[in-house]
Every structure is written in C-alpha cells, then in structure tokens.
Design a protein around this ligand. Structure first.
Ligand code: HEC
Length: 140
C-alpha cells in the first residue's frame, strides 16, 4: 500500500479535523473555577491585607514563617476549644503578652475569615530544631 493512497489521505484528514476540533474545544472551555473559589480568594486577599496592616506577622507565624513572640496561627481556627469568638476576643482584648487591637467590625470579620481560610489549606506542624554550638542542626 502506498503512503499517499486515497485511504491514507482520508485518515489523515479525519485526524486533522479531530485535532482542530479538540484544540477549539480546549480554548473555549472555561477554566474550572467555581464562584465559591473566586469569593474565597477575594476574602483571602482582603484578610491578608488586614493581617499585614496590623502587623500580626511581627509576632505570629503562618506555615512556620513570621515572628516568634506569639504562637503559629496557621491552624488556630480549627484547634480544639478555639472558636471564632475566641480569636475575636484575643484580637480585641489582647493578653499580658499580646497588645489589643482597636479594629472595625468589618476588619475583625475579615481577619477571622482569613485565619479560617488559611486553616483550610492544610496542617502546619512547625518543627523544633536543636542547634548545636558547632552549627549542626538536628530535629528535636
Ligand atoms: C506584639 C506581638 C503580637 C502582635 C503584634 C500580635 N500578637 Fe497575637 N499573640 C501574641 C502573643 C505573645 C500571644 C500568646 C498570648 C499569651 O500567651 O498570652 C498571642 C496570641 C494570639 C492568639 C491566640 C492563639 C492561640 O493559639 O491561642 C490569636 C488568635 C492571636 N494572637 C491573633 C493575632 C492577630 C490576628 C494579630 C494581628 C491583628 C496579632 N495576634 C498580633 C503576640 C502578638
């Protein structure tokens, strides 16, 4: 059978048409982003701005990164006994070591939502390391 036989041409044209249809389909199909995800990413962005505005990262870590005066806040929203009310109360009243913050109720809601959404991204278990005098680092 010759390569340029009419039968091969038909197969080639069919495959080419399928290729074109598939490419068009890929380009016109919208990305699978739900409206919920869009809303959440806006809430996350807004909350992060408030988190930065009040400099929470100076004392707290997210995913183990940040200041070390206060505890890591990555999973504070889902920790046992730590409700939304608990977080709000901490922010508004502070403690002996944490200052209180006089923020509007929208900012408060926004920052609590931010901590809830960060918590949904996974669990962070910041490791404790043992640093020897000679510079070697071990996991505790
Ligand atoms: C000057 C340092 C400092 C800043 C700034 C700060 N915190 Fe804290 N925060 C702390 C310390 C220290 C603690 C632990 C409190 C204690 O042991 O008395 C704490 C505790 C908390 C807790 C309770 C955590 C837990 O696991 O029980 C939450 C929630 C919290 N902070 C949220 C925030 C948020 C939100 C901000 C920003 C608006 C913020 N903090 C800013 C120092 C700070």
């Amino acid at each position: 059978m010759r390569i340029t036989s009419p039968k091969n041409c038909v197969v080639f044209i069919m495959l080419f048409v399928l290729y074109l249809l598939f490419s068009i389909w890929i380009y016109i199909t919208p990305l699978a982003v739900t409206t919920d995800q869009k809303k959440e990413s806006i809430e996350l962005g807004n909350g992060h701005l408030i988190y930065q505005k009040y400099n929470c990262q100076a004392c707290h870590q997210l995913y183990g990164l940040g200041g070390y005066l206060g505890p890591d806040l990555t999973n504070v929203a889902s920790q046992k006994g730590k409700s939304t009310q608990y977080i709000k109360a901490y922010i508004q009243a502070g403690s002996a070591k944490m200052p209180s913050f006089d923020m509007s109720s929208e900012e408060l809601e926004s920052i609590v939502r931010f901590l809830e959404l960060v918590d949904k991204t996974g669990k962070a278990h910041p490791k404790n390391f043992l640093i020897k005098n000679d510079g070697r680092i071990y996991s505790k």
